[in-house]
Design a protein around this ligand. Structure first.
Ligand code: FES
Length: 102
């Protein structure tokens, strides 16, 4: 497990997403001031979840086939996806946002 500095809080405003070129590639979201990190690759196909559509209830819709995922648990909320997406712990220290990567 390694903790990486993802961005500053100012770099990721509410309702926005950021793609982190880490290994694995991570999609980081700010929903109402809460930060969530998931694997950037959709569990259904080759789509970047950081390009998805963020909802206020902390779900994100895949830009390719519109499956949606819970950002808190990674659970697939509707078809065509059935498998979850990995989630990663996020920590905010001061103005910095960190993600723990396995
Ligand atoms: Fe995401 Fe198909 S690639 S729902």
């Amino acid at each position: 497990m390694s903790r990486v500095l993802a961005c500053s809080t100012a770099e990721l405003p509410e309702g926005e997403a950021l793609r982190l070129e880490t290994s694995p590639v991570i999609a980081l979201f700010n929903v109402g001031g809460e930060f969530y990190a998931i694997n950037d690759r959709c569990s259904h196909g080759n789509a970047s979840m950081s390009e998805g559509y963020l909802e206020d209830d902390a779900t994100v819709e895949c830009p390719l086939h519109a499956a949606s995922f819970c950002l808190k648990t990674g659970k697939a909320m509707c078809l065509p996806a059935t498998d979850p997406i990995a989630t990663y712990p996020v920590f905010v220290e001061g103005d910095d946002v960190y993600v723990d990567i396995p």
